[in-house]
Structure formats: structure tokens, C-alpha cells
Design a protein around this ligand. Structure first.
Ligand code: SAH
Length: 423
């Protein structure tokens, strides 16, 4: 496998942040939001800038009376023009400042690190961007591999400092760099950094193995979706386990079979994984194999279906297939307000298709990670769709964010999941 390798010297060749800050003045609404601690300053809220900025310049935001409001990372190519690092009072942004933020983030994850061996968890999100005070900067830990994902090129000039801070707060064997789409579009600001580069540590000659709640999973941190694994669903997967005993379980949008491995340990009889991605389903097969030491996992019957989820569900319904549990965890259908209506119809469609293959008394688990759709709206849509086909749901629980995906501001809440029984 060819993996871009970067000598440490490449990092050293990236020019550091400009010594000259940008002074920014904003409209009253933005002043208020920043005072309340909001991490984003939109371009259209800016009234005045002292100069044109480059990605990663520090922007200092002042109020009408010239008082300090916030300092953050400037990105001339994003509608989120400034991502705020520090509110309220000035601070020198550099290695020590990063250490303090990273230590706070690491402390928040202590409950995950302190689990007993049976619930051993070595895969978790260490830094959740703005929600941990480091906007656009995500770090996931998979055992001894850290995956750093940059959602803006504004981090590039600060990379040496923030990575040095990261290494001192939480040492690891390997650092992998991932770049969000918007970041990849700006190669002129990347100085040779590439998506999937290994910044330090040994090359990868296969997947990385880690633990989640005492289960073994593999992840491809270089090519996998997001940073390779949907760590945010850990607690929902754990909830599935005790509900799956004796059931036939259909896992729709299964990816690498996270929910399925838990269902298998919980004693599911048969598991069917549906996903559009063949490589993801191949990893789902292997994730069961990694846990074969557990008798219930070794004996479960497993089937994978590479297909569009809507088509596969329709076909299974027509063929009369029925399951005792149906899990539906699709990708974000809405990324902007304009997509909300279409996304809600898609969620409702999935609820109805899922119910058509769910036996009477079976359990529906349905999640949404669409940011512009709030929890109440999503749950109402699922209930409405179920009522519409005469299967009004009895709720077991609604869940939100796990401890390693804290919600630090309004737009930070994206994950919602319903567990319900259908008549
Ligand atoms: N439940 C998973 C995460 C799901 S992520 C877990 O716990 O790990 C969403 C998945 O949906 C991805 O694997 C993606 O390949 C798949 N996907 C996206 N669109 C799809 C479609 N139309 N039909 C089937 N799968 C789809």
C-alpha cells in the first residue's frame, strides 16, 4: 500500500503564522454572539478589516468601543471567516496555549480511559473541534495512532506548534493527517501536506486495531470515511447489544459493521449488513472475525448486501423478509437549511421502509447526524412516518452526544437517535 510519508522536516518548512495580526470590526449581532462565546464569525458580519489576510493569520475582533472581543484563525476562503480560539480576554496563541486546551480536552475523556477491562476503549475522539475550543481541528485516537483532521487550511501555519503540544499532552506511536474537503481544495496553502500523510511514526502495512467497549475493531485511518470510524455512535452501539438477543438484526448503512458486532455479542441470531460501500462491508466481515473469541460472535450468521439502502429495503420488504431489530444510521442527508425538507422526507421514507421489514414487537433504532435538523424535528418526523403506516412507535429512549463529542455551541449538536418498539 502506498502511503505518503512525510519527514518531520516537511513540517519545519511550513512558514509559521504571520507576526502581524488583523484587526476586525463586526456588526452588532456578531458582537453579541461572540460575547456569548460563539466560535464562528461569518464574513458577512464583518464591517472592517485592517488588511487582507491569509489562511491562519490571527484575527483580533474588537467591539464598537474598541474593546477586545475575541481572537481567532482567519480563513479568507471560508464563509466562516474567523474561527474563534479565545473569547473575552487576549492571550498569546502558541504552543503553551494549545497545551492548555488539549489538556482540558484530554481530561474530559478520562471516563473513557478509565473503563474496566471488559469495557476497554482505546478508540475515541480526543479533540472535537469548536466544542473543545479548537475550531476546525479534530483528533481521533485509535490505540497508538492519532488521526488529526483539519477542516480549514488556517491550521497549517500553526501545525508545528499544535502537534508539538499534542505530542506532549498525549504521546502516540503514529500521527496521521487527514484533510477536510475545503482544506484539500487549497494545495497552495498546504506546503506538500496531503490527505492521509503519516506525519510521524512507522508506515501502515494494514489496518489499525483498537478496542471499543471490550470489542476489537479495525480502522483504515488513511482512506476510511471521516477519520476511519464513526466513534460518535459508540454508546448507541452499546445500547443495541442487550436488545439484540435471539433476534434477526438488519443493520442499514452498516459501514464497517460497528452496530453488528455489538448485536452479535448480545446474542443476535442472524445479522444482515447493508451498505453501498463494498470495502466497508469487507471490513465489517473482518470486524466480526476480530471478535471470534466471543462464542456468540463466532456462531452468529452474517450476510452482507452491497446496495443502495432504499432499494435493498424495498426489495426485502417485497420478498417478505422480517427482522426483530432494524438499525438505520444514514449519512447526513442535510448539510444546509436548503436541504432540510428533502432530508426529512428521506428519513420518513426510511422509517416506513424499515417498519415494513420489522416484525410486530420489533425494535427500530434510527439515527440522524444532519446538523440543520434539530432533535425534536427529527423525532417528530420518525413518529409521524410510523403513525402514517399504522405502526405508532413506543419510545424506549432518545439519545444524543457521547462524552467525547461534547456540544459546545448551538450548531455543535448534530447527533440524535431513537430506540423504539413497533406494534
Ligand atoms: N452505522 C455506521 C456508520 C454509518 S455511516 C457505524 O456505526 O459505523 C453511513 C454509511 O452509509 C456509510 O458507510 C456509507 O457508505 C453508507 N451509504 C451512504 N449512502 C448510502 C446509500 N444510498 N445506500 C447504502 N449505503 C449508503
Amino acid at each position: 500500500m502506498s502511503t505518503p510519508q512525510l519527514a518531520a522536516s516537511v513540517l519545519e518548512e511550513i512558514p509559521g503564522p504571520s507576526a502581524r495580526n488583523i484587526a476586525v470590526r463586526v456588526v452588532p449581532g456578531a458582537e453579541r454572539a461572540l460575547r456569548e462565546g460563539h466560535p464562528w464569525l461569518y464574513a458577512d458580519s464583518i464591517r472592517e478589516e485592517s488588511r487582507e489576510g491569509a489562511p491562519g493569520d490571527l484575527a483580533v475582533v474588537f467591539d464598537r468601543k474598541g474593546r477586545f472581543l475575541a481572537v481567532g484563525l482567519y480563513d479568507p476562503h471560508s464563509s466562516i471567516r474567523v474561527r474563534v480560539l479565545q473569547h473575552g480576554e487576549p492571550a498569546p496563541i502558541g504552543r503553551e496555549w494549545f497545551v492548555a486546551r488539549l489538556e482540558a480536552a484530554a481530561a474530559r475523556r478520562a471516563p473513557l480511559r478509565d473503563r474496566p477491562p471488559a469495557a476497554r476503549t482505546t478508540g475515541y475522539r480526543l479533540v472535537h473541534g469548536e466544542n473543545d475550543g479548537l475550531p476546525g481541528f479534530v483528533v481521533d485516537r485509535y490505540a497508538e495512532t492519532l488521526v488529526v483532521k483539519l477542516y480549514t487550511a488556517a491550521w497549517v501555519p500553526h501545525l508545528q506548534d499544535v502537534l508539538a503540544a499534542l505530542t506532549s499532552v498525549t504521546p502516540s506511536e503514529r500521527l496521521v493527517l487527514r484533510l477536510g474537503r475545503a482544506t484539500q481544495e487549497r494545495p497552495e496553502y498546504l506546503y506538500g501536506l496531503e490527505d492521509g500523510s503519516i506525519l510521524s511514526g512507522p508506515p501502515l502495512d494494514g489496518p489499525v486495531l483498537f478496542w471499543e467497549n471490550g470489542l476489537r475493531f479495525e480502522v483504515d485511518p488513511i482512506r476510511g470515511q471521516k477519520t476511519g470510524f464513526y466513534l460518535d455512535q459508540r454508546e448507541n452501539r452499546a445500547r443495541v447489544e442487550p436488545l439484540a438477543g435471539g433476534k434477526d438484526v438488519l443493520n442499514v448503512f452498516a459501514y464497517t459493521g460497528g452496530f453488528s458486532v455489538y448485536a452479535a455479542r448480545g446474542g443476535a441470531r442472524r445479522i444482515v449488513d447493508v451498505d453501498a460501500s463494498a470495502p466497508a462491508l469487507a471490513a465489517a466481515e473482518r470486524n466480526l472475525v476480530h471478535n471470534r473469541r466471543i462464542p456468540a460472535v463466532a456462531t452468529v450468521s452474517h450476510e452482507t448486501v452491497v446496495a443502495d439502502a432504499f432499494e435493498a429495503l424495498t426489495r426485502m420488504g417485497e420478498a417478505g423478509r422480517r427482522f426483530g431489530m432494524v438499525i438505520i444510521d444514514p449519512p447526513a442527508f442535510a448539510r444546509s437549511r436548503a436541504q432540510v425538507d428533502a432530508a426529512l422526507s428521506a428519513y420518513e421514507g426510511l422509517t416506513q421502509l424499515g417498519l415494513a421489514v420489522l416484525s410486530a414487537g420489533g425494535i427500530l433504532v434510527q439515527a440522524s447526524c444532519s446538523r440543520p435538523i434539530d432533535a425534536g424535528t427529527f423525532f417528530d418526523a420518525v413518529h409521524g412516518a410510523a403513525g402514517g403506516v399504522g405502526r405508532p412507535l413506543r419510545e424506549q429512549v432518545r439519545t444524543g452526544h457521547p462524552v467525547d463529542h461534547p456540544v459546545g455551541f448551538r450548531e455543535g449538536a448534530y447527533l440524535k437517535c431513537l430506540f423504539a418498539e413497533a406494534p
